[in-house]
Design a protein around this ligand. Structure first.
Ligand SMILES: [Zn+2]
Length: 333
C-alpha cells in the first residue's frame, strides 16, 4: 500500500469511525432521520434472474448467471458532492435503490471455460458473516447493503445445471476484489484465479478475512498497447480474442474482460458503472476509489465503442443479459 493510498484509506476509516457514535448515541434527531428514510427493499420482492445463454460465432458460448441480488444506497450508485462530503454521504445516506443482479459471466471458448467473477454466496445473509471484518466494514456491509442469495443461486449449483463442473473451468478471472465478486471463490478450490497484479497490490475496501484460506491468485501484468485505448491489456487466450483490460476507477486496479468476435465485441465490465445508462450519461458511481480514473475509463470505453460494435455488460445491470442475448451495442454520440 503506498503512502497516498494509506492516507486516503485512513481518512475514510477515521471519518466513518467518527460518525459511528452518532448512530449509537444520538437517540432523537439521527434516529428520527433514519426512521424517516425509506426502508430497504423488501426481500420478497427480489427477483430470481434466469440464466441467459447465447451462442456466438467461433464456437463460443456465453452464459449470464446472476448469483442473487444486492441493493445499495443511492450514495453508492451516484457520486454526489466531492471529496470528504462524498464519503460522509456514503456513510450517512440511507436511501436504498432497488434490487440489482450479481452477474457471473461464463465464457465457453475453444481454448477452455473462463468464469468472470464468482458472485455471492448465501452465507452473506447471515448477520454473523461480517464478524471480524472490522467495525466500519461491518457497519457498511450490514447497514448500507442488502443481499438476497439462496444456496441454489450460488455459482457451483448454477454451473452444474449447465453441465459445467468447477474442474472443467480453465480459469476464474476477477474484475476486482470486492466481496460480491469473490464470495464464490470457495467453489473453485483448484482452479487458477487470475487477478491484475495492481489490483492485488492496492486492493480498495476488500475483505481479506472472507477469502478462502487457500486463496493464492495468479497475478498477471497488463501490457500497454495491444488493445487501445485501454491503457493495459493481458491476453487470456492464444487466439488473442479474450483479454483482461484495464478499467480503473471503482478500484485502482479494476479490470474488465473483453471478448472480440468478428461480429461484435463484448465487455464484461465489472463495476465500471452500475448500468449502461449511467455510462452514457457520464454519471460517475459513488462507490469509487478515483473519480478521475473512473472518468478516463468511461472515455476509453466510449472511444472503443465508437470504433466497433461493443456490447457493454456491467455486473449489476438488470438489462445486461438482454443486451447479451441481442448483441445490442453501446451507441455513443
Ligand atoms: Zn459489484
Amino acid at each position: 500500500m503506498n503512502r497516498r493510498f494509506f492516507l486516503e484509506q485512513a481518512a475514510t476509516a477515521t471519518a466513518g469511525l467518527a460518525m459511528l457514535p452518532l448512530f449509537a448515541a444520538a437517540q432523537s434527531p439521527v434516529q428520527r432521520l433514519l426512521a424517516s428514510a425509506p426502508a430497504a427493499p423488501d426481500a420478497a420482492g427480489a427477483p430470481v434472474v434466469p440464466v441467459t445463454s447465447v451462442a456466438l460465432p467461433g464456437g463460443i458460448k456465453v452464459h449470464a448467471i446472476s448469483t442473487g441480488q444486492v441493493a445499495v444506497t443511492t450514495a453508492f450508485l451516484h457520486a454526489g458532492p466531492a471529496g470528504f462530503l462524498r464519503k460522509a454521504n456514503i456513510l450517512l445516506n440511507r436511501q436504498f435503490a432497488g434490487w440489482m443482479p450479481i452477474y457471473v459471466w461464463v465464457i465457453e471458448h475453444p481454448e477452455g471455460v473462463f468464469v468472470v467473477d464468482t458472485g455471492e454466496n448465501s452465507a452473506v445473509t447471515n448477520p454473523d458473516y461480517f464478524r471480524g471484518v472490522g467495525l466500519l466494514n461491518e457497519y457498511v456491509n450490514t447497514h448500507l447493503f442488502r443481499f438476497e442469495v439462496a444456496r441454489e443461486q450460488e455459482i457451483d449449483r448454477q454451473l452444474g445445471r449447465l453441465g459445467i463442473r468447477a474442474a472443467d473451468v480453465r480459469a476464474v478471472v476477477l474484475t476486482h476484489l470486492h466481496l460480491d465478486h469473490t464470495d464464490g471463490l470457495r467453489h473453485f478450490p483448484d482452479t487458477p484465479v487470475l487477478v491484475n497484479r495492481a489490483e492485488a497490490a492496492h486492493p480498495y475496501n476488500d475483505l481479506p478475512t472472507l477469502y478462502p484460506a487457500a486463496f493464492t491468485p495468479t497475478l498477471v501484468d497488463l501490457q500497454a498497447g495491444p488493445v487501445a485505448p485501454f491503457r493495459g491489456a493481458y491476453p487470456l487466450t492464444k487466439a488473442r480474442d479474450l483479454w483482461l483490460v484495464s478499467t480503473p476507477g471503482h478500484t485502482p486496479g479494476h479490470c474488465s474482460v473483453l471478448l472480440q468476435t468478428p461480429q461484435a465485441h463484448y465487455l464484461f465490465a465489472g463495476d465500471v458503472s452500475y448500468t449502461q445508462a449511467q455510462l452514457l450519461s457520464n454519471d460517475l458511481p459513488g462507490a469509487n476509489a478515483s473519480l478521475s480514473l473512473s472518468r478516463q475509463t468511461y472515455q476509453a470505453i466510449q472511444q472503443y465503442a465508437a470504433q466497433q460494435p461493443l456490447v457493454y455488460l456491467p455486473s449489476h445491470d438488470a438489462d445486461a443479459a438482454h443486451r447479451l442475448a441481442t448483441s445490442a451495442p453501446l451507441r455513443v454520440a
